[in-house]
Write a protein that binds this ligand. Structure first.
Ligand code: NAD
Length: 483
């Protein structure tokens, strides 16, 4: 279904994110017929380019980052025709009157994507207002990181609120744009099967893993000031935690969903120091030059920033009291994998012989790669061997259950941008949610800073420090294999 005509201005339209994700995503939506022919996309960045130069830059970006382009033949030029460019100085006056002129007098939806360093968010918001572009029709899209602690997040919310209402502000967390994340809500709230069991009585524990194989790459300087807690846990992992743990909202509407997520964050217990494991990756053996260890990569030999963290927390409410939630994320791990796992309790009594084996039901929601949902159920091992129990997956992997031809692969960014145009904030973080998340993470970070905690080294391509395995083992549990 095509969205209404819109003008999308991308501040930072020449940057890495715009070239890798935003514009290739918009091209796919264009090819899918979702973008009306009148739509305009205006790149606004520092480089002195003209319209033609920008179109060439994006042509190359789509060739490089656009993925499989079969079936899009003949579509690229009409798409590039939708592009315009203005060289702008977010901190000065250059380019603003030109942009204001371009945006004048249209009745379309106006969206401004802030794909620039967060330090520029306030400057851009201020200038949008000054040049008459911050009226009630405008929507702004804000990238992460949203602050680095509660104080800075509050200040940023306050600045944005000076120029825009909350219903105009779209704080992006691209994890929320993933197909499986929405499917998680469909599975939880569209079936009778799961919700009655979705509580501390039937669930032994829940684990959330976001494992990356990449290191800090070229982001070393930024990353070393941030670390896994700020870069991944405060936003992505907490968002996933909210969706898995929240009460059923009355409606699938933005504020109903976000109210329930907020309640989860506010009910999170503080994390005790013995429930946190922090780590730093080591160099790849025999290949140190190409894949150096964390401290070398960030050029800070005494760095105490974590590239890995695992922790155990609880949610203090009627549904979840006493159920552990284990979170884990890190770089240079064994595989790239994002997964939420719900491990159900043992049956109260086994009627089978002890050597028949015993399995727990495990529901795993996989975000990447191979998005899908799998439920492990116990059955009798087929054959003449008597009553032996095995665990088999009831598979809801989309690619197998549905005809792949029928599934349109939509990347998180393109889905979220289309939601901005539709004016649907359900999959975006509200200001109070972000602040509540920082209010939970701040004391944890302050705790390890006060203790002068030094992250434990962990092997390249491993699952973090051995202490992380111990965090689970001492409670008779184990992490799911990262694969
Ligand atoms: P980048 O450094 O590649 O690009 C920055 C862009 O901002 C460029 O287009 C540049 O011209 C523009 N810019 C810089 N100073 C400017 C000024 N004074 N006036 C006007 N334009 C100016 O950055 P990026 O990697 O594209 O990241 C952009 C934002 O997205 C950041 O907030 C980043 O944290 C966030 N983000 C990026 C990624 C990613 O994968 N790159 C992922 C998540 C979030």
């Amino acid at each position: 279904i095509p969205v209404d005509p819109f003008d999308l201005v991308i501040f930072g339209g020449t940057g890495d994110l715009a070239r890798r994700k935003i514009l290739p995503g918009l091209f796919r939506r264009f090819c899918a017929g979702q973008m009306p022919p009148q739509a305009r996309i205006i790149g606004a960045a520092r480089s002195e380019l003209d319209k033609g130069g920008y179109r060439e830059m994006i042509r190359e970006a789509i060739a490089e980052f656009g993925g499989d382009l079969t079936g899009t033949e003949g579509r690229l030029d009409p798409f590039l025709d939708r592009l315009d460019y203005v060289a702008i100085d977010a901190r000065g006056e250059g380019g603003w009157s030109e942009l204001a002129e371009m945006m004048k007098g249209t009745e379309r939806i106006e969206a401004y994507y802030f794909s620039v360093a967060p330090a520029l968010f306030g400057d851009i918001a201020e200038r949008l207002q000054k040049w008459g572009m911050a009226d009630d029709r405008a929507r702004i899209v804000v990238e992460k990181p949203f602050g680095r602690d509660l104080e800075t997040a509050r200040a940023l919310n306050k600045t944005l609120a000076t120029y825009f209402n909350e219903d105009q502000i779209y704080r992006i967390d691209h994890y929320l744009g993933k197909e499986t994340v929405q499917n998680l809500m469909a599975v939880r709230f569209g079936n009778m099967l799961f919700e009655p069991l979705w509580n501390s009585q039937y669930v032994d524990h829940i684990q959330i893993t976001v494992a990356e194989t990449v290191g800090v790459g070229g982001r070393g300087e930024y990353y070393d000031k941030s670390g896994a807690m700020r870069d991944m846990v405060q936003n992505h992992l907490m968002q996933l935690l909210c969706l898995i743990a929240m009460e059923p909202p009355a409606r699938f509407s933005p504020d109903a969903v976000r109210d329930e997520k907020l309640k989860v964050i506010r009910a999170l217990e503080p994390v005790a120091s013995h429930h946190i494991v922090r780590g730093q990756y080591q160099a790849e053996p025999m290949n140190e030059a190409e894949n150096p260890g964390y401290r070398t990569a960030v050029e800070n030999p005494r760095s105490r920033t974590e590239s890995f963290i695992s922790m155990r927390t609880e949610i203090s409410n009627w549904r979840w009291a006493g159920t552990p939630f284990y979170l884990r994320t890190g770089k240079r791990m064994a595989a790239r994998s994002s997964e939420i796992t719900v491990v159900f309790k043992d049956t109260p009594h086994s009627i089978f012989e002890e050597d028949a084996g015993r399995h727990r039901n495990v529901l795993s929601i996989r975000l990447q790669p191979n998005e899908g949902i799998t439920l492990g159920v116990t059955i009798k091992e087929p054959g003449p061997g008597g009553m032996r129990l095995i665990d088999v997956p009831l598979d809801m992997t989309f690619a197998e259950a549905l005809d792949p031809e029928d599934i349109e692969q939509v990347d998180a960014y393109e889905r979220l941008i289309m939601d901005v145009i539709r004016g649907n904030q359900t999959l975006f973080m509200r200001g109070d949610e972000v602040e509540a998340a920082w209010a939970w993470t701040d004391p944890i970070i302050e705790g390890w800073e006060a203790r002068n905690d030094v992250p434990k080294p962990y092997d390249y391509g491993s699952n973090g420090p051995t202490d992380s395995e111990e965090l689970m083992r001492r409670e008779g549990r184990a992490w799911r294999e990262v694969s």
